[in-house]
Design a binder for this molecule. Structure first.
Ligand code: SF4
Length: 90
């Protein structure tokens, strides 16, 4: 998959974030989308898979991924990608 993206020059407060309300993760504990640093192996894989299960059924997945790349958010699982997967897209 090839994705092209650029850093936005639009100030964050001016960006349309209304799509957030349509995410499959609305109302889900945010911790689901953050993998603890100490987590490894099968536990980490299960944690990532749990988060990605929400992303895969999300109607705003592509917008979420785009925003994560534009904002250079390399902390949470967003847009069906891990931070490591997004770093590899740079
Ligand atoms: S793609 Fe995943 S993290 Fe992004 S809004 Fe949808 S469910 Fe939430």
């Amino acid at each position: 998959m090839t994705i092209s993206w650029t850093i936005s020059t639009t100030p964050f407060e001016w960006r349309d974030m209304s799509w957030h309300d349509k995410g499959a993760c609305v109302g889900v504990d945010v911790e689901v989308f953050y993998v603890p640093d100490r987590m490894r192996g099968p536990s980490k894989k299960a944690h990532v898979e749990k988060a990605k299960a929400y992303c895969r059924k999300c109607p705003v997945q592509s917008k979420c991924l785009e925003e994560a790349l534009i904002m250079q958010d390399f902390h949470a699982i967003l847009g069906n990608t891990t931070p490591e997967e997004r770093l590899a897209m740079k």
